[in-house]
Design a protein around this ligand. Sequence first.
Ligand code: NAP
Length: 290
Amino acid sequence: MTHIQATTKLLAVIGSPISHSLSPIMHNAAIAHLGIDYAYLPLEIEIQNLASAVEGLARINNFAGFNLTIPHKQEIMPLLTQVTAIAQAVGAVNTVKRTEKGWIGTNTDVAGFLAPLRKLDRDWQKTPVVILGNGGAARAVVAGCLELGCPMIHVVGRDQTKLQQFQQQVTAQMHDYNLRVHAWASLDTLLEVAGLVVNTTPLGMGKDVLGSPLTSSQITKLPPQAIVYDLVYNPRQTKLLQLAKGQGLAEINGLEMLLHQGALALEFWVDIPAPIKIMQLALEEVLTRA
Ligand code: NAP
C-alpha cells in the first residue's frame, strides 16, 4: 500500500462509469514497486462536469496527470494546452500530464493495441481488417492497423450517422482512403476475406458478459488464418474468443493492450521504465479472483 503524504503526487483515471477500471490496481502496484512518491486514484466524473473537473485538477499543485476512459477520450482534447501528433492523428487522448505550460495529452492506446500483434509473424500488408464498433477505441485500432500497413479496413457499426461521421473524421485525420464503413447486415461477406477481426464494442463484458458480436455461424465464415482480437479484458476469455478457439482460430484478449497502454502512460508521467511484469502480475491476480 502506497504511503500517502503531503508530498505525494497524484495520478488518476477519469471516467463514468469507473468501477470496472483495473488501472488503479496496475498503477499502484507499479508505484509501490518503484518506491516513488505517487498515488493513483479512480475518479468518477460525468461528461457534463469534465471541463470544470479538469480546471479544478489544474489548481491542485500536486496533481501530476491522469488517464481518460469512457466517455472522455475525445471531449478532453479542447481542454488541453498541447496534444501530441499521435493523439491528434487518432482524434483521442487517453493520457494527460501536467507541464509548466499546462496539460499535455497523448494517446498510448495505439501502441498498446499493437503490442500483441507485433509479436506475430504475419504479412500485415496482406491482412484486411474488420473492426466491430465505431467508438473511441475503434479510432486507435484504425491508427494501429494503418501503422501495420493493412491494405483495407472495414468498420462495422449500428448507427449510420455515427458511421459516416467516423469515416469523415478518420479520413481527415489519418488520410486513410482504404477505410470503408458498413452496417452489421454486411458482416457475413466481410468476414469471408478478413485476416484480423477486432471487437471494439462492449459485447462480452459487464452486463453483456454472455454476448458476442459474432454468432457461432458467423465465426465459421472466417478464413482459417484469421486472428480474432477482443479489446475486452474482463473476462479474459469472452464468448467471442471461446467461439474463435472452438474454430481453431488465433485469439487475443484485451489484457496486453491494457498493460502496454498503462506502462507507456506511467513512463510519460514519471520518466522511469515501467515495471511491466509487476503490473501484469497485479492484473492477473485481480482477474483470477474475479
Ligand atoms: P465507446 O466509445 O462507447 O464505443 C463503443 C462502440 O460499441 C460504439 O460504436 C457503440 O455503438 C458500439 N456498441 C455498444 N454496444 C453495442 C451493441 N450492443 N451492439 C453493437 N454495437 C455496440 O467505447 P470505447 O472507449 O471505444 O470502448 C469499447 C470497448 O473497448 C470497451 O469494452 C472497453 O473496455 C474496450 N477497451 C479496451 C481497452 C484495453 O486496453 N484493452 C482500451 C480501450 C477500450 P453506438 O455508438 O451506436 O452506441
